[in-house]
Design a protein around this ligand. Structure first.
Ligand SMILES: [Zn+2]
Length: 367
């Protein structure tokens, strides 16, 4: 097999190019549909990049333009693999990458400039963990205003936020008690904030910087306080892992990164894009599993009932965030539930709220 199809990213724009890939004598030739050669990579400079299963993703070593090529056809990927003497199956490159983690702190500034210049969304994943908490918080605040506006589609005259009317304040106090207990166990670098909104979906979401939205539908569907606490713990997992920040940086791209460099996020369409990302997209399965694992560990640490999260997840069909599909009988949901339950330790647990507080929380949107 001497040629095949691939998808090429030129590293300058985010456009995907359908390309023909040919195995030349000493190099891989990447050409567009009209036969123009877009890149010519010597075999000894090919470098494997991390990719999902069944995709061969390669780049060129030391290439500052950050071009990459993806090959989906297994047979052709194998043929490329055979030629590419540098594609390493022994883990040398991975070991080297681990060794360079320290260097990333210094490289962060350079990366930010690179992203700003080249607009490479993939770098968001690497930059997010390096952002100072104060900057992340500013980013979150800007997105928050927009998120609230997009979610608030209710009739005028009804308060969008629950827990503010006199009859709802006991519910808010109960929620605060629950969140403080989780927060004390979590030890996040910044304070967590939360808002309950009058939306019927059983959802929650976390914004960059630690603002957690809890939808009324989630509290309505829950049968005890630990079920609500479990979902909030899952959202705290996304905050701790900076998943929202990564998603927003990827979606907002250039504008946010320029904004970040200039210390001003507000203004421009980037905030709108970011809020849409938060509301419409979903995280990867890996990010969800990591948030589940975090939530289970946090529930254990806080003395709550880990199994309550699994129960709640089953009841709401696995969709803890607005962008997720409801997969009631889906193996993915079942696998998540099983994984969470494995974390449940035998210790006795203390309910997050007593009966009276729980009743108050159930009425947090009643006013
Ligand atoms: Zn999640």
């Amino acid at each position: 097999m001497q040629s095949g199809a691939g998808i090429f990213f030129d590293g300058i724009t985010s456009a995907r190019h359908d390309v023909a890939v040919t195995l030349g004598a000493a190099s891989l030739v990447i050409s567009d549909r009209t036969g123009n050669v877009l890149a010519n990579w010597p075999y000894n400079e090919l470098e494997p990049l991390t990719a999902p299963d069944k995709v061969l993703r390669i780049g060129r070593r030391g290439n500052l333009a950050l071009e990459r090529l993806e090959i989906f056809d297994a047979d052709f990927a194998h043929a490329v693999d055979e030629q590419a003497i540098h594609i390493d199956r022994t883990g040398m490159i991975q070991r080297r990458q681990r060794g360079s983690v320290i260097g990333w702190t210094v490289a962060a500034t350079v990366s930010m400039l690179l992203v700003a210049w080249f607009g490479i969304p993939a770098l968001a994943e690497r930059i997010a963990p390096l952002l100072p908490v104060t900057i992340e918080r500013k980013l979150g605040d800007a997105v928050d205003v927009q998120t609230r506006a997009m979610l608030d589609t209710g009739k005028t005259g009804t308060a969008f936020e629950c827990g503010t009317a006199d009859s709802e304040k006991a519910g808010r106090a109960a929620l605060d008690k629950m969140i403080h207990r989780l927060e004390a166990a979590a030890g996040l670098p910044g304070p967590l904030r939360s808002i309950v909104v009058r939306k019927v979906e059983a959802n929650a979401l976390a914004l960059p910087g630690g603002q957690v939205y809890i939808f009324r539908g989630l509290i309505d569907k829950a049968e005890n306080a630990d079920e609500v606490a479990g979902v909030i713990a899952h959202e705290i997992g996304h905050v701790a892992h900076r998943d929202g920040t990564k998603a927003v940086l990827q979606a907002g791209g250039l504008s946010f990164l320029f904004g970040m460099l200039l210390g001003d996020f507000v203004g421009g369409g980037a905030v709108v894009i970011a809020a849409k990302t938060v509301l419409q997209s979903s995280y990867t399965r890996e990010a969800e599993s990591a948030a589940d694992a975090y939530a289970a560990a946090l529930m254990n640490k806080a003395g709550g009932n880990v199994r309550a999260l699994a129960t709640m997840l089953t009841r709401i069909g696995g969709a803890t965030e607005p962008g997720m599909k409801i997969l009631l009988d889906h193996p993915e949901t079942k696998a998540r539930v099983a994984a969470i339950n494995k974390f449940a330790d035998a210790k006795s647990t203390t309910p997050f709220l007593d009966a009276k507080e729980w009743a108050a929380l159930k009425r947090i949107c009643a006013g």
